[in-house]
Every structure is written in structure tokens, then in C-alpha cells.
Design a protein around this ligand. Structure first.
Ligand SMILES: *Cc1c(COP(=O)(O)O)cnc(C)c1O
Length: 245
């Protein structure tokens, strides 16, 4: 194994250990939580090393960048590729054809486009519904910051769950950026509460997955019920932004 892969493996195993400790601290089984290693902005070499290190699920934020990596690594990838960033409608086809899972479905128009492209290629795409719980203008996701407005979301969600080539599997959120895990915790609780509410409204739907928690706060997310955590920097290092020419 390369030195880079070795170093990623150590941090990956450490994160798994921290997840297990957090899960057990609240009586959860650690196997209920899956770790998505987020590789946005990282080079193909880093992603290759992560695969070599044994990482089974990779998360990407930008459709083109993700597809470039998926294609470059198609020789080795027995990995799952998860799209976790906002998807513009015109990128729906790229996502529908190349990714195994979408965490960030945030509007009905995108859902309909994805469903159509999946139907054309006879695929079913598992998706999570993304909710904006902090009420920030800049964040994507259905606005669920005010509980009094939850009922107003039901029609759209019903329409999404009715699409035959999308398989709704649960909920996702990205809380406002805070300094500490304790700042994020109330948002994690709120997503869990929203899951319970939607399960009552849609008893026939599968809403079992909860995607929440990043490097800064994944242990709190696990304690509050996450089934997916999305960890980037603390496993693969700082993001590699290209400097604009
Ligand atoms: C970048 C990103 C992450 C990972 O964040 P880190 O701080 O690197 O762990 C998780 N989720 C989403 C939606 C992201 O965009």
C-alpha cells in the first residue's frame, strides 16, 4: 500500500472507531452507521489512494468532477459513488447515469428529471431528501426550519415518492456552519424529529436513512441518529482548491 493510502487508512479506521464509540454511547449498533468519505476537490491520486486504503463509499459534490473521477478509476472501483452536493437540473443526466446514490435531492423539478433519465436507462436511483433546517438563504434543501410549515412540504414530497425510478430512502441535512458539534446537535435532533413526522405522513415510504454530520460534528450526528456520516478533511486532508488563473 502506498504511503498516502496508509495514512488515509489510519484516519479512516480512526473515524470508524470514533463512530463506534459514539454509537455505543447511546446504545446504537455501530453497523447502523455508514461512513461516506468526501473527496471533493481532491485529485484522482488521492481518491485512488482512498480506494486502495479500503474506503467503500466516496462522496463528491460536483457532478463533472465526480464523473471525471468515476471514469478515471473505473478499472479499480468496486466502490459506491455518492453525490452529496447541490445538483442543478441541467446536470441531472450526469448524476442519474453515473452515481449510485444521491444525498442532496432538493426540489421536485430535479426529481422529475432524474426519474426520466433513470427510466430511459432502466435504473433506479436511491435518493435522500435534503432539508434546510437553519433557514439560511444560501443553503439548498426544502426549507423546514419552521415546524409550523412542515405540512406545506407534504404535497411535493408525496410527488417525489411517487416517481417510479427514484427510491426515496430518507433525509439529509447540512446545518449552518458552527464552531462546535454542540452547535450542530439541535439541527440533528430536528432532522430526526422531521423523519418521525414524515414517517407518520407516509407510512408506506422507506425513510429509514439519515445523512448528517461532517468532520466537525459527526460524533454528535451519530448520537442523534445518523445512518450516514459524510467526512472529508479529517480523513483525506484539507481541500485542494485550484487557484484561479
Ligand atoms: C464537504 C462536505 C462534507 C465534508 O466536510 P468535511 O468538513 O470535509 O468533513 C460533508 N457534506 C457535504 C454536503 C459537503 O459538502
Amino acid at each position: 500500500m502506498s504511503e498516502l493510502a496508509q495514512s488515509i487508512r489510519e484516519k479512516y479506521l480512526q473515524a470508524l472507531e470514533n463512530i463506534a464509540i459514539a454509537a455505543r454511547s447511546v446504545g446504537r449498533n455501530p453497523s447502523e452507521v455508514r461512513l461516506v468519505v468526501v473527496t471533493k476537490t481532491q485529485s484522482v491520486e488521492v481518491v485512488r489512494a482512498a480506494i486502495e486504503a479500503g474506503v467503500p463509499i466516496l462522496g463528491e459534490n460536483y457532478p463533472e468532477e465526480g464523473v471525471m473521477k468515476i471514469q478515471s478509476l473505473s478499472d479499480i472501483s468496486a466502490v459506491e459513488w455518492h453525490m452529496i452536493g447541490h445538483v442543478q437540473s441541467r446536470k441531472a443526466q450526469l448524476v442519474a447515469l453515473n452515481f449510485n446514490f444521491l444525498h442532496s435531492l432538493d426540489n421536485l423539478k430535479l426529481a422529475r428529471k432524474l426519474d426520466r433519465f433513470c427510466a430511459e436507462t432502466q435504473r433506479v436511483l436511491p435518493v435522500l431528501l435534503e432539508f434546510n433546517l437553519g433557514g439560511e438563504e444560501s443553503k439548498s434543501g426544502w426549507d423546514a426550519s419552521d415546524e409550523a410549515h412542515w405540512a406545506g412540504l407534504l404535497d411535493e414530497i408525496r410527488n417525489v415518492t411517487a416517481l417510479p425510478n427514484l427510491q426515496v430512502r430518507g433525509l439529509m441535512t447540512m446545518p449552518p456552519l458552527g464552531a462546535t458539534a454542540e452547535f450542530s446537535r439541535p439541527f440533528f435532533r430536528k432532522l430526526k424529529h422531521l423523519q418521525e413526522y414524515l414517517r407518520v405522513q407516509f407510512p408506506q415510504a422507506d425513510l429509514s436513512e439519515i445523512s448528517m454530520g461532517t468532520s466537525a460534528d459527526y460524533e454528535a450526528a451519530v448520537q442523534e441518529g445518523a445512518t450516514f456520516v459524510r467526512i472529508g478533511t479529517s480523513i483525506v486532508g484539507a481541500r485542494q482548491y485550484k487557484t484561479e488563473a
